[in-house]
Design a protein around this ligand. Structure first.
Ligand code: THU
Length: 131
């Protein structure tokens, strides 16, 4: 199956960001990932009145992909105001599904500027359980 382009993934992250449920922080996050089968899954942050229950956009997208049976993520685009990078918890969570996936960070206010890094560089010395 053909893979979506980097631009398509970035566009999907920008679009889904409008569904972010962030009434407390007002910080909207959209994530779009592509798996080895070329399928795109998206997610947004979902906040909660009990703040600690908030879920990040990246983990929502990764859980959706995993629940559909996809086990390898090739790339994730994350759209925020300012082009933030995934938080530490999300880096470890994503690493479960490929420690060297590409991460595209896009500033929703300047969507032409996309910063690209490998998860291996964003999260060195990743935790893994030995078999
Ligand atoms: N957030 C994400 O969705 N992804 C991250 O990688 C960092 C933070 C969300 C959580 C919360 O809803 C808001 O951004 C502010 O922390």
């Amino acid at each position: 199956m053909s893979q979506p382009s980097k631009d398509e993934l970035v566009q999907a992250a920008l679009e889904v960001r409008s569904n972010a449920y962030a009434p407390y922080s007002k910080f909207l996050v959209g994530a779009a990932l592509v798996t080895e089968y070329g399928t795109v899954f998206t997610g947004t942050n979902v906040e909660n009145a009990s703040y600690g229950l908030t879920i990040c956009a990246e983990r929502v997208a990764a859980c959706t992909a995993a629940a559909a049976g996809h086990r390898k993520i090739l790339a994730v685009a994350v759209a925020t105001s300012g082009g933030a990078s995934p938080c530490g918890a999300c880096r470890q969570f994503l690493a479960e599904f490929n420690g060297s996936m590409d991460i595209y960070m896009v500033d929703a206010d300047r969507p032409q500027q996309v910063k690209e890094m490998s998860l291996a560089d964003l999260l060195p010395e990743q935790f893994e359980l030995e078999d």
